[in-house]
Ligand binder design. Structure first.
Ligand SMILES: NC(=O)C1=CN([C@@H]2O[C@H](COP(=O)(O)OP(=O)(O)OC[C@H]3O[C@@H](n4cnc5c(N)ncnc54)[C@H](OP(=O)(O)O)[C@@H]3O)[C@@H](O)[C@H]2O)C=CC1
Ligand SMILES: CC(C)CCC[C@@H](C)[C@H]1CC=C2C3=C(CC[C@@]21C)[C@@]1(C)CC[C@H](O)C(C)(C)[C@@H]1CC3
Length: 401
């Protein structure tokens, strides 16, 4: 071990700040979150669709298992791994998959949703155990700062290794963008097909939810390289939280609105639809413009689109934007993302709480995420960050928060 490795190991073992409720959170979340996924799917297809109904709509054991589910899940995962390894761009890869999937009875995904979610949960546990064990062979410089406290429950949850790789295959980067995110869109499409089977044509609400979320995922794939600057890739280890988040949470809870609409059709006037489309458009515009502005600035601060923006210097040599989108609030990209989240739930009406689960969860996730990023930026940039906070006092919502 080099002196550098030793110093880092020392720093890692003394980084005692615990996120997500510390050990208690790390022990309870791997139990609570998978049960939440199964519970929400059951609620979405129950006639009442109530989060508070008693007794809760629990699944029977035969609803949880179907031999086709592991074949489909593992096949899906393997297909993405092959496409990832092939010298094809993401867009070509997705196009290839669409061709393969053309004519597949996607509506059957509605019946398979619970068994598929069970597979995703089991695979998430097995994969995280593999990642935890292999991290003990990783060099110190490959470990994540936050996930090496020595507490096995906490480290398993947060992830010990930052960017585990098999050869050139980056496991975290792959999981963050491919199988789960694209799986979400395919599940949505399956729900739309199921609606067509049941009612002859897709409803306007279903078309809106599918189109908005397809745009979101297509944007993520189109701007794939930008994910390299997100907190998950740069800072967080690859442990249960992200594995489960990528493979189970995203595809099976982000598709709840479409699943809800299959059993609870909603009428939507053209005027309301137009207002919701406008809201999604505004949200997307803010989200994309602000993310692109920061990414461009980080890539090349002399680029004509960002060169005139006002900045402040930091002791690290990096500068912080204080005008443009990043002068409006400290997280304009979260603001845009939240407006889109609202637009995704509005087509589902207000008769039930379930389709609004996403916006409630997402608001809490981003408020918590903002606080984590703030802590990291203050540690990184010190006084310059305080100056930025004084210049741009609001975090996400101008004049509110
Ligand atoms: N749909 C979903 O479930 C989720 C979506 N997201 C979305 O992912 C995207 C990425 O989010 P996330 O990774 O949290 O964070 P950001 O993309 O907002 O990145 C934060 C980083 O940006 C840099 N930065 C902050 N302020 C400035 C500034 N004024 N000037 C220049 N650089 C600055 C800092 O890093 P540095 O200085 O080191 O470059 C900071 O750590 C967001 O659009 C978010 O909405 C996130 C989580 C979940
Ligand atoms: C299981 C927990 C309750 C929460 C886990 C959080 C994860 C679901 C999210 C953490 C960061 C994410 C990002 C995206 C999806 C959700 C997770 C994995 C993202 C890929 C969505 C598409 C965006 O365009 C993005 C900017 C690429 C996102 C990056 C962060």
């Amino acid at each position: 071990m080099t002196p550098n490795d030793q110093a880092l190991k020392h720093k890692l073992s003394h980084d005692t700040h615990r996120e997500f409720g510390g050990t208690l959170g790390a022990v309870s979340m791997p139990i609570f979150l998978p049960l939440t996924v199964l519970f929400l799917i059951c609620v979405s297809r129950s006639p009442e669709a109530s989060l508070f109904q008693w007794p809760p709509p629990l699944p029977s054991s035969d609803q949880l298992w179907d031999p086709l589910a592991p074949v489909l899940f593992l096949g899906w995962f393997a297909l993405h791994a092959i496409i990832y390894l092939m010298p094809l761009g993401t867009v070509c890869g997705v196009f290839l998959m669409l061709l393969l999937g053309l004519g597949a009875p996607l509506g059957y995904l509605f019946e398979l949703l619970l068994p598929l979610a069970v597979c995703a949960i089991v695979v998430s546990f097995l994969f995280s155990i593999y990642l935890y064990i292999r991290s003990f062979w990783a060099p110190s410089h490959a470990l994540a700062l936050g996930g090496n406290t020595g507490n096995p429950f906490y480290d398993f949850f947060i992830g010990r290794e930052l960017n585990p790789r098999i050869g050139n295959f980056d496991l975290k980067y792959f999981c963050e963008l491919r199988p789960g995110l694209i799986g979400w869109v395919v599940i949505n499409l399956g729900m739309l097909m199921k609606e067509v089977e049941l009612r002859g044509s897709p409803s306007l609400a279903m078309i809106l939810v599918n189109s908005f979320q397809l745009l979101y995922v297509a944007d993520a794939l189109w701007n794939e390289a930008a994910v390299l600057t997100t907190m998950d890739i740069v800072h967080d280890g690859f442990g249960f939280m992200l594995v489960f988040g990528d493979l189970a949470w995203v595809p099976f809870t982000y598709s709840l609105q479409a699943a809800f609409l299959v059993v609870h059709p909603q009428a939507l006037s053209l005027l309301k639809a137009a207002a919701i489309i406008a809201l999604n458009g505004v949200g997307y515009y803010i989200f994309r413009k602000s993310n692109s502005q920061k990414n461009q600035f980080r890539r090349d601060p002399t680029h004509p689109t960002v060169a005139r923006l006002e900045t402040i210097a930091t002791a690290t040599g990096k500068r912080l934007l204080v005008s443009g989108w990043w002068g409006l609030v400290r997280h304009p990209n979260y603001l845009g993302d939240l407006l889109m989240a609202l637009a995704w739930s509005l087509p589902c009406g207000f008769s039930h709480l379930l389709p609004h689960f996403y916006i409630v969860y997402f608001t809490s996730l981003l408020i918590h995420r903002e606080a984590r990023d703030e802590r990291q930026c203050r540690a990184k940039y010190g006084l310059a960050w305080d100056t930025y906070c004084r210049r741009v006092p609001y975090r996400i919502f101008p004049y509110i928060y």
